[in-house]
Ligand binder design. Structure first.
Ligand code: DX5
Ligand code: ZN
Length: 220
């Protein structure tokens, strides 16, 4: 199984975003955290900024929407040309209809689960999605510690996806470092978001390579 490393630009220097994007050109996708100050107690940027990132990024966009009323707003992010758009299960009234709409526009559809959200109700819906994001911190801020207690849920989603023969990408986000990426890989993750551990490293490209190597060594 391939291991993808998606650096989160939440940890980048926002006023030098174009050069920050070029520092992570070796990564698989750039993880773009959209926060609305309602779904999470933090605010980043909206669609217009995501469009500009899309225009200048050397790698495709993995948009993570931490916003209320995803049903209403998520399609406009797919329209930017983003490779994938992930919305939160807790913020969508009709997740299946929304996933279909995102796919219709041409994006991969992702569903994210906060640490306290049970995966069971969503397991039957997995064929409707291209990606499941199991949050490994409470969404809202970078630099938090990886929550090991989310690992059984990750393993459960992997088992359900494999049992149905689905080519589902399983993503973890929050506190992913060289110390924690192995355990996430062992529990079935194949797509790893890393903010602080990539951008706070002296050389992001080197850190991306190390993370990828460590994930591959522990691949499920
Ligand atoms: C948190 C965001 C993450 C964040 C991860 O709500 O969804 O993408 O940037 O940051 P680190 O890797 O620093 O935990
Ligand atoms: Zn994120």
């Amino acid at each position: 199984m391939a291991s993808r490393i998606n650096p989160s630009i939440l940890a980048a220097d926002f006023v030098n975003l174009e050069s920050e994007l070029n520092r992570i050109a070796d990564a698989d996708l750039v993880h773009v955290d959209v926060m609305d100050n309602h779904f999470v107690p933090n605010l980043t940027f909206g669609r217009q900024m995501v469009q500009r990132i899309q225009d200048v990024s050397p790698i495709p966009l993995d948009v993570h929407l931490m916003i209320e009323d995803a049903d209403r707003w998520a399609p406009s992010y797919a329209e930017t040309g983003a490779f994938s758009v992930t919305f939160h299960a807790e913020a969508a009234a009709e997740p299946v209809a929304l996933a279909r709409r995102l796919r219709e526009i041409g994006a991969r559809a992702g569903i994210a689960l906060k640490p306290g959200t049970d995966a069971e109700p969503y397991l039957d819906l997995l064929p409707e999605f291209d990606q499941v994001l199991v949050m490994t911190v409470e969404p809202g801020f970078g630099g938090q510690s990886f929550m090991h207690e989310t690992m059984p849920k990750l393993a459960r989603v992997r088992q359900a996806a494999d049992a149905s023969g689905l080519d589902l990408w399983l993503q973890v986000d929050g506190g992913v470092t060289l110390d924690t990426i192995g355990i996430a890989a062992e529990n079935g993750a194949d797509t790893f978001v890393a903010g602080s551990s990539v951008f706070k490293a002296g050389e992001p490209a080197e850190q991306i390579a190390l993370l990828r190597e460590r994930a591959a060594a522990h691949a499920h």
